[in-house]
Design a protein. Structure first.
Ligand code: SF4
Ligand code: SF4
Length: 362
């Protein structure tokens, strides 16, 4: 696929579908001159997290819990229909030429959706790269071959099981760019550090992406890494920032980790860090067609905009989305302000779960 390039009124954005690399730069809305600054937001979501799954066939057996991960989508109890093919096709049509990637998700493994292959085909037909995360439990050679044909990358959640390793092997053997999604909670940070130091993640994996555990759904508040208990996490971040080039896998973090990554004790280049993208560059669509600034607000009705009554473009400009953005525009500006001097890069961190904002702010 050719390079995605969008020249909007006040920014320019580029995305390479083959490598997944992207670039965004601010543009003077009057003169059109490029400015050496980060633009705040897109005029239409560039990345849509599409919740095609309304229920999880493994949820009731507690798949996530058994793996030590609290399902943020409440898969243990949720029992909604999956997104219909018709609704998905409507989204893809509206997004053509404006959205570069779909992160397929929702409550359950996207590869278990009854129209999995059609969904991937529709995405490509509209020139949108589909990616998704799976537990890997239902992965088969046939599905892996479909992924190789249509997906940009597939992530397997690190559930420390035989099926985790089997799915990684099956996907990589079929030539799929395969990542690990590793949730960092109080109980898992030490293992992450040890696995990086001893290089015991599977060698064939492209990247290990760390995601901060959030107190959402079945994610327990007690498992959040807090500022006063961050020693092991700081050791992990310090190790990664010192050894990034030497590790056999690429390393990434969710944008929710930005307040910690921006701390001066680490050497992560600030050009490679972007803070919360909710309502700025991305959003979540629920299986029943509501646009929500972030998938972690999937059970917070105050952040939903009904897509049955409006287009994505209208929902993106709605007062609900503006309210979400207001947090990112204004946080830590008043009072004693930002104590790290990095407000422009951090924007106050997560608007939904302040307990995950690890910058040292009281
Ligand atoms: S004080 Fe606010 S803006 Fe500054 S680093 Fe902390 S959360 Fe981010
Ligand atoms: S709203 Fe919070 S959980 Fe969602 S992407 Fe932003 S920082 Fe992460």
């Amino acid at each position: 696929m050719s390079l995605y390039r969008r020249v909007a009124r006040d920014y320019v954005s580029m995305f390479d579908p083959d490598t997944g690399q992207g670039l965004r730069i601010k543009r003077d809305a009057v003169t059109g001159k490029l400015l050496a600054e980060d633009p705040f937001m897109a005029d239409f979501p560039e990345l849509l997290d599409v919740g095609i799954m309304g229920h999880c066939k493994h949820g009731r057996s507690g798949l996530c819990n058994k793996a030590g991960i609290g399902c943020y989508q409440n898969g243990f109890t949720k029992d909604k229909p999956n997104m219909t093919l018709l609704d998905f096709a409507r989204l893809a049509e509206e997004c053509e030429g404006r959205t570069c990637q779909f992160a397929l998700g929702g409550c359950g493994d996207p590869d278990e959706h009854e129209n999995f292959k059609e969904i991937l085909k529709i995405s490509r037909k509209h020139r949108i790269i589909p990616n998704f995360t799976t537990s890997g439990l239902g992965m088969t050679r046939e599905k892996a071959e479909i992924c190789a044909e249509y997906c940009g990358a597939v992530a397997v959640s690190w559930y420390r099981s035989d099926y985790t390793l089997k799915a990684i092997e099956c996907l990589t053997k079929c030539g799929v760019k395969t990542n690990i999604h590793y949730v960092l909670s109080k109980n898992t940070v030490a293992e992450a550090l040890q696995r990086l130091q001893e290089q015991t993640f599977p060698a064939e994996v492209n990247a290990v992406i760390f995601l901060l555990h959030k107190p959402v759904g079945q994610g327990r508040r007690e498992d959040v890494v807090r500022w006063n208990e961050k020693e092991k996490l700081w050791e992990l971040l310090g190790y990664i920032s010192e050894n990034m080039e030497k590790l056999p896998w690429r390393i990434g973090f969710d944008s929710c980790t930005a307040p910690a990554l921006l701390r001066d004790e680490f050497n992560f280049p600030s050009e490679s860090i972007d803070t919360c993208e909710g309502a700025r560059w991305g959003a979540y669509v629920s299986p029943d067609m509501k646009l929500i600034p972030c998938s972690f607000a999937n059970d917070m009705s105050q952040w939903e905009v009904e897509l049955k009554d409006s287009t994505i473009a209208e929902a993106w400009k709605s007062p609900i989305f503006e309210k979400f953005r207001a947090h990112l525009r204004n946080s830590c500006k008043g009072g004693s302000g930002c104590h790290t001097g990095k407000r422009d890069l951090c924007m106050g961190g997560c608007p939904l779960t302040p307990e995950i904002v690890l910058c040292g702010k009281d």
